[in-house]
Design a protein around this ligand. Structure first.
Ligand code: ADP
Ligand code: MG
Length: 633
């Protein structure tokens, strides 16, 4: 029976973007011709994986016993005729409709980005960037004068169909004869690509780009890829280059991974694992690993492509392969989730990853900083999602501190440095290292040589309520009004000596602050701790969730400036002058402007000001007054 009645012949025009891509591929790319094979093999491998997963639950497919493999053949052609190659897979196949949609539009974002990059930048040689993009199926037209794709879907009732194009404006679809499942690409090579019709040449390209594809690739009947489960080898038999190649072919990420972890164990659970931490958190556009999770194998058979049940969510950036012979082959998603073995396995792998990270932190601090910069947020979020994770992740946290001179420090190093009498871990919050470094809250700590952590990442503040303590030492925000610190010797002396402002004048000034600021502040009072700063804002002892104020400001959700206590430093010259003015020229306009400015500056310092630019007109007014004054004398 022929299928012609049911699958009519028709011509279609490519979408504009496809034409544009074809144009570039065919006319500008010549140095990187070889990548077409990588792309077609990767499509064949995807099609095989999709079939493999279908068959885990459904054996009612066409050719259930066919080997999952890729075959490349070089058919004989008559002297003078164009050379040909055929790439065949026994994968999921395509119906007529699927051929039209999948091969008539640009499905993949990689190709689109490539297109944008190349067409936005006329100077750019596409040859220089193609290696970074997966341009997909259309790359075949870099080497082909004509392509005939013959496919038959795994669905038993579907008919075979063919898709034909010469890579110009159109493609053609017609019925076809194909008995077995899968896809065949019949490629008629261009003259300048004729040398591809060589077993040796094809094998060489496969070795370079597709060695670790997990299905056998046969060239004229001979297997050309190693297809070695690299993770099953002894680490001592694997070179760094093998790892990098494997990683590249697995992920299509062309940056070296930040960390490679390869280990095996037979007890308590059998496991062979090869794991990677990618250099970047963001997945590249070309990546062939689109989702989080690791590949789960059992007895060398892939049972889950993206397994996220093994490792905690805060390690979901770990990619790679976990293979365990103890896992049953017929695991379903549910059994994976509820399996005791999976829990043991997960625990083991988590422990190993953390151990390797600790090693990295100890031996290559710079590389560890890179890790922390990319993935620190996962660990921070981890403490919020899963309080039990704290113990695992807190040792990996890194902060700038008042003593770390631009370096990052760990909590353990902080604890080691702190004096025995110090019973809390101090932190100050703010928008940036440079702004908190000048925080007035630091005055008493600097005076006592106490180290304070800088919490300048919005996440630090967000997770603060859940952190509570590290190694039984509680965290303490130093904006706390009632923080208890021992007196320094200097302070003891100062208390005896006369302060800069007489008591009565100072109290008058405090009163003036109260009337000027009104209900913007909860209270105004003298500070016992400030040294170099004129004022600071502290949280009232009953303030709830004060960490959230900054978050709300950052998110701009019904933000209302919180009411804090304004503490005034009576020894500061600015305060002394203002107090003097209040006593002698109570109507001087500098007084109110000065008080408002002090308050606004303190808000900015805390990262609480709704709109710092609002203070600029007042600053101008103050400068004008100061300049006029200076000009008079
Ligand atoms: P991508 O592989 O990123 O999706 P491609 O341009 O490489 O993009 O392929 C486009 C689509 O064509 C694929 O998503 C797939 O649906 C289909 N396709 C390509 N090659 C095959 C094949 N050998 N078997 C089945 N489907 C295929
Ligand atoms: Mg592809």
């Amino acid at each position: 029976m022929t299928t012609a009645e049911q699958t009519p012949t028709a011509d279609y025009r490519f979408k504009a973007e496809v034409k544009q891509l074809l144009q570039i591929l065919v006319h500008s790319l010549y140095k990187e011709q070889d990548i077409f094979l990588r792309e077609l093999i990767s499509n064949a491998s995807d099609a095989l994986t999709r079939l493999h997963f279908e068959m885990l639950t459904n054996r009612d497919v066409l050719d259930p016993d066919a080997e999952l493999a890729i075959h490349i053949e070089i058919p004989e052609v008559a002297e003078g005729e164009p050379k040909k190659i055929i790439i065949k897979d026994s994968g999921i196949g395509m119906t007529r409709e699927e051929l039209i949609t999948n091969l008539g539009t640009i499905a993949q974002s990689g190709a689109r980005e490539f297109l944008d990059k190349v067409s936005d930048n006329k100077e750019l040689d596409p040859n220089d960037v193609i290696g970074q993009f997966g341009v997909g199926f259309y790359s075949v037209f870099m080497v082909a004068d004509e392509v005939r794709v013959v496919s038959r879907s795994y669905k038993k009732r579907a008919k075979a169909a063919a898709w034909i194009s010469d890579g110009s404006d159109e493609f053609h679809v017609e019925p076809a004869e194909k008995e077995d499942r899968g896809t065949e690409m019949h490629i008629t090579l261009k003259k300048d690509a004729a040398d591809l019709a060589s077993q040796w040449k094809l094998k060489q390209i496969i070795k370079k780009h597709s060695d670790f594809v997990r299905y056998p690739i046969y060239v004229a009947g001979e297997q050309a890829n190693q297809q070695t489960p690299l993770w099953r080898k002894q680490p001592s038999d694997v070179t760094q280059e093998d790892y990098t190649n494997f990683y590249r072919q697995m992920t299509m990420d062309f940056e070296e991974p930040l960390l490679t972890i390869h280990f095996s164990s037979d007890a308590p659970v059998n496991v062979r694992a090869l794991l990677f931490i990618p250099a970047k958190r963001e997945k590249g556009i070309l990546t062939s690993r689109k989702d989080p999770g690791v590949m789960l194998y059992s007895h060398n058979v892939l049972i889950q492509e993206y397994c996220t049940d093994l490792l905690p969510k805060w390690l979901e950036f770990v990619d790679g392969v976990v293979d365990s012979e103890d896992l049953p082959l017929n695991v379903s998603r549910e059994t994976v989730q509820n399996n005791r073995l999976m829990r043991q396995l997960g625990k083991m792998i988590k422990g190993r990853v953390l151990r390797e990270l600790k090693k990295l932190a100890d031996s290559e601090p710079e590389k560890y900083q890179q890790f922390w910069g990319e993935y620190g947020r996962y660990f921070k979020e981890g403490t919020a999602i899963d309080p039990a994770a704290k113990e695992d992740v807190l040792p990996f946290f890194r902060y700038h501190t008042s003593k770390s001179n631009g370096e990052l420090t760990s909590l353990d190093a902080y604890l080691e440095r702190k004096p025995g009498s110090q019973t809390e871990i101090y932190y100050v919050t703010g928008d940036s290292v440079s702004s908190v470094a000048n925080s007035p809250h630091l005055d008493p700590f600097k005076a006592r040589d106490l180290e304070v952590l800088y919490w300048v990442d919005p996440l630090d503040v967000l997770i603060a309520p859940g952190l509570m303590e590290y190694k039984e030492t509680p965290f303490k925000n130093i904006d706390d009004a009632d923080i208890e610190l021992p007196e320094t010797e200097e302070e003891a002396k100062e208390e005896e000596s006369e302060t800069a402002v007489p008591e009565k004048e100072f109290n008058q000034f405090i009163g003036r602050c109260v009337t000027t600021l009104g209900d913007k502040v909860r209270e105004v009072r003298a500070s016992k701790v400030l040294k170099n700063s004129p004022v600071r804002l502290v949280s009232p002892a009953d303030a709830q969730n004060r960490e959230m104020d900054r978050i709300q400001r950052l998110l701009k959700q019904d933000y209302e400036v919180p009411k804090r206590i304004l503490e005034v430093n009576r020894n500061h010259p600015l305060v002394a002058h203002l107090a003097h003015l209040v006593a002698n020229q109570p109507d001087n306009e500098l007084i109110n402007l000065g008080i408002e400015q002090l308050y606004d500056s303190a808000l900015i310092q805390e990262g609480l000001h709704p709109n710092p630019a609002d203070i600029l007109p007042r600053i101008q007014q103050l400068l004008t007054l100061a300049a006029a004054q200076a000009d008079k004398s």
